[in-house]
Design a protein around this ligand. Structure first.
Ligand code: 3EB
Length: 375
C-alpha cells in the first residue's frame, strides 16, 4: 500500500475520539449554500462540489473551504477570482450550466508555466492546459507536447505523481491520416510517458478520455508528492494492455486510483463504459450499456476495497460522478437506471459528450470520497 495517512493526530484525539468539530463554512451568510461543509473536519485537502452559477459566483479565495480550481460546464460566466477555470465545452443535459469546484482548506498558490494554469497546495498540484488549432491534423503531436510539458512540470515542482488526468478532445471519433483522432491522442500521450516517466507506462494515473464538439485538446490533472494506489478491474483487461486493434499505442490510464490524505481517502474512478475484456458490449442499446458500465463500476470499487482495505461507499452523499451521453435523447433512460442503482443521494452531472469508441453511448467517471471523520 503506497498511499498514506499523514497527521492522523490532527483529526483524532485518542482512539476513536473526534477532536471538537469545527463546522467549516458554518458562519451565517459566509458561504453559499452549495459550499456549506457538512463534514466536521478541521482540514480538507481536497473535495469536489457541484454548484449552480449563482452559488459559484459568490465564492471567495478567503472562504474557509476555498476553491482551488473549477470546471465550467455549459454557458457560465468565469468568476475571474484567480483560481484556474476550465471550460469543458460539454453541455449539461439537465440544466443550462453546472460548475464543479475543487475545494480545500489548505493555502493555495496560483502560477502559470508552459501554457498550464496551476493551483498549488501543500498536498496537491492542479494544472490545466488547452491546445487549439488541431482540427485538421496534429493531435498526436499536441498530446505528446502537452504530456511532456506536464510531466516535466510536476517533477520540477515536487509533485511527480499523477493521480488523475482529464482529457477532452475535439472530434474524438474523427479520422486523421486514416487513424481515429483518439488513437492519435493515445499515441502522443504514450510517447510522452515512455520518454519522460517510463515507470508510469504500466502504472498510469486514473483518467477519462472524452470528446467535445470544439475546444481542441483540453487536459487537466491532479498530481501529488507521493503515489496513490492504481486499481484494475477484474472484468476488464487493463487499458494499457489493450490489443493493437484499438490503436498503435494503448490508452495510458488505470481503471481507478486510491489516494489518502489526512482528510480521508479519495478513490478516483476513471471513465468506465460498457466494455468487458477489451470488447465493447451491447452495441446500439443504451439501457444495457448503462447497466454494464455500472457493473464495471461496482466490480472496480470492490477490487479497490480488497486491494487497499479501505471501505468505499459508492452510494454516499460525498460521491461525485459525471455521466457522459453520446445522444441527448438517452438522458432520461440513463438517469433512471443510474438512480435505480446508486440511489438519489449520489451527485451525478449528466453531460453531452462523445465517447472514445464510436459504438459506446455512455461512460461514467468521478470520485468517491471517504472522509476520515464521518458526518
Ligand atoms: C475504455 O474503457 C473507455 O484514454 O484516458 C476511459 C477512460 C476511456 C480513460 C483515456 C479512455 C480513457 O477504454 C475509454
Amino acid at each position: 500500500m503506497t498511499a498514506r495517512v499523514q497527521n492522523a493526530s490532527l483529526l483524532r484525539d485518542g482512539p476513536g475520539v473526534a477532536v471538537p468539530a469545527v463546522e467549516l463554512g458554518s458562519r451565517p451568510g459566509d458561504q453559499p449554500d452549495g459550499l456549506q461543509a457538512k463534514l466536521p473536519v478541521e482540514r480538507l485537502a481536497l473535495d469536489f462540489r457541484y454548484l449552480t452559477s449563482d452559488a459559484y459566483l459568490k465564492l471567495s479565495p478567503r472562504d474557509a473551504v476555498r476553491p482551488f480550481a473549477a470546471i465550467l460546464h455549459g454557458n457560465v460566466a468565469a468568476s475571474g477570482k484567480g483560481w484556474p477555470e476550465v471550460r469543458s465545452r460539454l453541455r449539461p443535459l439537465d440544466a443550462p450550466d453546472h460548475i464543479e469546484v475543487l475545494v480545500t482548506t489548505s493555502a493555495v498558490d496560483h502560477d502559470t508555466e508552459r501554457g498550464f494554469e496551476l493551483a498549488i497546495t501543500d498536498e496537491l498540484l492542479f494544472g490545466a492546459c488547452r491546445v487549439e488549432g488541431i482540427r485538421g491534423a496534429g493531435v498526436a503531436e499536441a498530446a505528446e507536447t502537452v504530456y511532456r510539458g506536464l510531466l516535466g512540470l510536476i517533477e520540477r515542482r515536487g509533485y511527480p505523481c499523477l493521480l488523475r488526468m482529464w482529457n477532452i478532445l475535439e472530434d474524438i471519433n474523427g479520422q486523421q491520416d486514416g487513424l481515429e483522432r483518439y488513437r492519435h491522442f493515445c499515441r502522443g500521450r504514450h510517447e510522452a510517458f515512455a520518454a519522460v516517466q517510463p515507470g508510469t507506462v504500466d502504472c498510469p494515473p486514473a483518467a477519462c478520455g472524452i470528446g467535445a464538439e470544439e475546444g481542441g485538446l483540453c487536459v487537466y490533472f491532479l498530481a501529488a508528492r507521493d503515489p496513490g494506489l492504481p486499481v484494475e478491474n477484474p472484468r476488464q483487461i487493463s487499458a494499457y494492455r489493450y490489443p493493437q486493434r484499438y490503436g498503435p499505442r494503448s490508452p495510458s490510464f488505470s481503471r481507478g486510483l486510491l489516494n489518502r490524505f489526512d482528510d480521508g481517502a479519495h478513490f478516483f474512478l476513471s471513465g468506465t463504459a460498457s466494455i468487458t475484456g477489451h470488447e465493447s458490449r451491447h452495441h446500439g442499446c443504451i439501457s444495457a450499456q448503462v447497466e454494464e458500465s455500472l457493473r464495471n463500476v461496482t466490480a472496480l470499487i470492490r477490487a479497490a476495497q480488497e486491494r487497499s482495505g479501505q471501505a468505499l461507499d459508492l452510494a454516499s452523499p460525498t460521491t461525485t460522478l459525471r455521466a457522459y451521453l453520446r445522444a441527448e435523447d438517452h438522458y432520461a433512460v440513463a438517469r433512471e437506471i443510474v438512480e435505480r442503482h446508486l440511489g438519489s443521494k449520489v451527485k451525478v452531472l449528466y453531460l453531452r459528450a462523445d465517447i472514445c469508441r464510436r459504438e459506446l453511448l455512455f461512460e461514467i467517471d468521478g470520485q468517491v470520497f471517504m472522509p476520515s471523520i464521518q458526518p
